[in-house]
Ligand binder design. Structure first.
Ligand code: NAD
Ligand code: WQD
Length: 336
């Protein structure tokens, strides 16, 4: 039986597919390439030495997605597919609601129809909103500050409601903190369209000379150096967390949320310094105003994933900085 991976050509999906193949799983990927490129599939084959099935399908196209369910004997779904840019979601909320929510509803209806009731979902630490104090625990009240985050909150609720309605379902809601880094080979990594919104891809593009300098969004937060603190997690550790979550989903019933983070917070300037030290490059920066919607400090209490899933992040900030740079430096134009 195979694992269906929606959005498997994307940044986190591609790293997770490698771990799935390494563990001996059969993999079926669906992706519409709205934020990824076909070349990643060659790289996954090259790194894993294994084959998998790919369907170019937009998951909001239920008829097309149904053909995939008809063709394969599926055991579980790992659901990454969705749009993820916070600022774009504020400008184009309906585009985000349509893609992320309609896509998930079509997917879950087909999971019911074809009796594939095991699901791992890509949620986000963004669901902790602005009113909780770090470290965040899974039982804290949830809220959001932008349409992207709201889609994550709604989908968590869809899944909670579906599991309540049908106890033969099993699901894990994985709340990722800040994924960075790349496969240690430097062959796959994050390849943002346009100017990056997130810190690490911005830093690597400054390092490679595509961007002039980093703007640090505020140095007046209530943090040790005044800049924003986040829980950066190596994408390969995150990918391994999906294997553990999948195993748990297959062995149990019900729904659980898990924080996938390291439990350690680093400030923006910590990351800049760590990147410079790990890679022997200089990152010019300027302090600018806060970015609207940002919190001062956000990091995980990762105890639950450790206890229940037997998962913990193993790679540190140096590994994350080295691997992010290795990917960018050896692929200055990404997969293009
Ligand atoms: P990504 O954009 O690299 O990957 C998402 C993939 O989904 C892309 O390949 C895109 O082409 C595909 N996709 C989007 N809409 C689709 C649709 N309708 N049909 C088929 N394919 C579609 O993003 P990522 O960083 O790998 O994130 C994966 C998931 O994790 C997303 O759901 C994202 O919201 C979530 N997440 C990401 C982060 C992060 O910082 N990267 C943090 C928390 C949660
Ligand atoms: C990290 C820190 C910025 C860029 C976002 C989403 C979240 C999740 C992960 C989901 C903050 C600072 C950033 C820059 C800066 N995504 N920064 N200059 O905002 O924690 O989380 O990505 O898919 O939902 O909100 O991540 O990398 O944007 O920012 O100073 O050019 O770096 O202010 O303190 P964030 P980020």
């Amino acid at each position: 039986m195979a694992i269906l991976v929606t959005g498997g050509a994307g940044y986190i999906g591609s790293h997770t597919v490698i771990e799935l193949l390494n563990e001996g799983h059969e993999v079926v990927i669906v992706d519409d390439y709205s934020n990824s490129k076909p070349e990643v599939l060659n790289r996954i084959k090259e790194l894993s030495g294994k084959d998998f099935v790919f369907h170019e399908v937009d998951i909001t196209d239920k008829d097309a997605l149904k053909e995939v369910f008809k063709q394969h004997d599926l055991e579980a779904v790992i659901h990454f597919a969705g749009y993820k840019a916070v600022g774009e979601s504020v400008a184009k909320p309906l585009m985000y609601y349509r893609n992320n929510l309609n896509g998930t509803i079509a997917l879950m209806e087909l999971m019911n129809e074809f009796d594939v009731k095991n699901m791992v979902f890509s949620s986000s630490a963004t669901v902790y909103g602005m009113n909780n104090e770090a470290p965040f625990t899974e039982d804290m009240p949830l809220s959001t500050t932008n349409p992207y985050g709201t889609t994550k909150l709604f989908i968590e609720q869809f899944i909670q409601d579906q599991v309540a309605a049908d106890p033969s379902w099993s699901a894990a809601l994985l709340r990722y903190f800040n994924p960075i880094g790349a496969h240690e080979s430097g062959r796959i990594g994050e390849d943002p369209n346009d100017i990056p919104n997130n810190l690490m891809p911005y830093i690597t593009q400054v390092a490679v000379g595509k961007l002039e300098k980093l703007s640090v969004y505020g140095d007046d937060y209530d943090t040790p150096d005044g800049t924003g603190v986040r829980d950066y997690i190596h994408v390969v550790d995150l990918a391994k967390g999906h294997i553990k979550a999948l195993e748990s989903v297959l062995e149990t019933r019900g729904v659980e949320a898990y924080n996938l983070g390291t439990g350690v917070g680093y400030s923006v300037l910590d990351v800049v310094k760590a990147f410079e030290a790990a890679n022997n490059v200089e990152i010019p920066y300027q302090i600018v105003d806060r970015r609207p919607g940002d919190i001062g400090s956000g990091y995980a209490d990762a105890t639950k994933a450790h206890k229940v899933l037997d998962w913990a992040a193993e790679l540190g900030i140096e590994d994350m900085c080295r691997d992010s740079w290795n990917w960018q430096n050896s692929n200055p134009n990404g997969y293009a």
